[in-house]
Design a protein around this ligand. Structure first.
Ligand SMILES: NC(=O)c1ccc[n+]([C@@H]2O[C@H](COP(=O)([O-])OP(=O)(O)OC[C@H]3O[C@@H](n4cnc5c(N)ncnc54)[C@H](O)[C@@H]3O)[C@@H](O)[C@H]2O)c1
Length: 373
């Protein structure tokens, strides 16, 4: 087994992120995260046939007394619903899960958010172990404790902050991840580059490093991929360690997401499985729009948008709004974004040199002009 990288998340709810190859088979590591006698593995029908048996066997070898149940749902963003949330709770009830039970989220961000939210609510909160299987989930959604489901009215509108008990990222599962999903994860990786100085000045050069290693990342070069995951987890750990509830600079991690979420909602959460943009792709487009808005407001040079667009294009990500999505419809969606408040829509804007900030009260006419290209 190769070296395991560890990233600590500090704060009121500390936990460890373990990153390495073949961790799914590490029964000791897995079992150390389970306190009680019940565990529910939640996964989707792409991931479960590939990996659920391995997790279960590894756990059972070390903890033969553990009762393990499994809930497998269809894949895709359109499954991140209140109905599926209810199914996870029913599965916990079927398991007679006690307060020391654990939910094991084995999958991408959809499973992590959905299972995490059910874990946050069952008996007012039980342990959640995140085993992310997409690059996006490894670098972002499995860390930090944001859990949620979508409503037809908006993304992630119902949810809770519920930090996981542990995050176990087995990098070897990325070999079965479709190329398109790998690229979606790279969009969130780029997000850390654009905001690096504000997140952690100690890693200010992350955007330059990404530009130097874009092709290696696309080619899934193992050492480069593991380094990117560990550096992104370190960024995220630093931010959520000081601002779990997003009262401050955790909001910077939403760079590109106000635009991106509007695209996702407006296309009805079509995602990969419904012929639309998936979350990471929508964020890629959203980041270009956010950088263009930053430039329109004089906060960044126009060249910053071009530089970001070039990097995203090298990573084979979309950088413009899909056909058929009207600017005014997207603006309407943004008004219900969680970052909107009495002052209007709040945007995360960047300076093109690694610094980002929250900007409230942006004129809607300026936003519309950016949306209209
Ligand atoms: N909670 C947070 O802080 C946070 C942060 C970012 C994103 N998110 C959420 O994450 C979600 C997107 O997550 P995602 O991009 O991981 O999507 P996803 O969970 O839909 O996974 C993408 C696809 O890859 C498949 N898949 C997953 N792992 C695989 C593997 N190893 N091999 C083969 N196929 C595999 C899945 O079945 C699915 O079809 C969105 O709902 C977004 O809102 C949450």
């Amino acid at each position: 087994m190769s070296a395991v990288l560890k990233v600590a998340v500090d704060g009121a709810h500390p936990y460890a992120i373990s990153i390495g190859a073949d961790l799914l088979d590490d029964g000791v590591l897995l079992a150390a995260t389970i306190r009680g006698r019940h565990a529910l593995i939640v996964s989707d029908s792409n991931v479960a046939p590939l990996y659920a048996d391995r997790v279960q066997a590894a756990l059972q070898a070390v903890r033969p007394d553990l009762t393990i149940a499994r809930l497998v749902i269809p894949p895709g963003e359109h499954e991140k619903t209140l109905q599926r949330f209810g199914e996870v709770l029913d599965a916990l009830a079927g398991l007679s899960a006690t307060r020391d039970a654990a939910v094991i989220a084995l999958g991408g961000g959809v499973i992590g958010d959905l299972a995490g939210f059910a874990g946050a609510c069952w008996m007012r909160g039980i342990d959640v172990v995140q085993i992310p299987t997409t690059l996006l989930a490894m670098v972002d959604s499995s860390v930090g404790g944001k859990t949620a489901v979508d409503l037809p009215a908006g993304k992630n509108l119902v949810g809770a902050f519920h930090p996981p008990r542990a995050v176990i990222a087995d990098t070897s599962v990325l070999h079965t991840l479709p190329d398109r999903e790998l690229r979606a994860g790279l969009a969130e990786v780029v997000k850390y580059g654009v905001t690096a100085v504000s997140l952690d000045p100690a890693d200010a050069g992350f955007l330059d490093w990404l530009e130097a290693h874009a092709e290696a990342l696309l080619a899934r070069e193992p050492a480069i991929t593991a380094e990117a995951i560990a550096r992104c987890c370190a960024f995220k750990a630093a931010v959520v360690g000081r601002d779990l509830l997003e009262h401050g600079d955790r909001a910077l991690l939403n760079f590109g997401h106000t635009f991106g979420h509007a695209i996702e909602v407006e296309q009805g959460y079509a995602g990969t499985h419904g012929g639309g943009l998936n979350h990471g792709e929508a964020v890629a487009v959203g980041m270009v729009l956010a950088m263009r808005l930053s430039a329109a407001l004089g906060l960044a040079p126009a060249s910053a948008g071009d530089r970001l667009q070039r990097l995203l294009q090298r990573l084979e990500l979309p950088t413009s709004i899909p056909e058929g999505l009207a600017p005014d419809a997207l603006l309407t969606r943004m008004r219900l974004d969680k970052k909107a408040d009495a002052a209007g829509i709040r945007f995360i804007l960047a300076d093109g040199a690694g610094r980002a900030r929250v900007v409230p009260g942006v004129e809607e006419a300026t936003v519309l002009a950016v949306l209209a290209g």
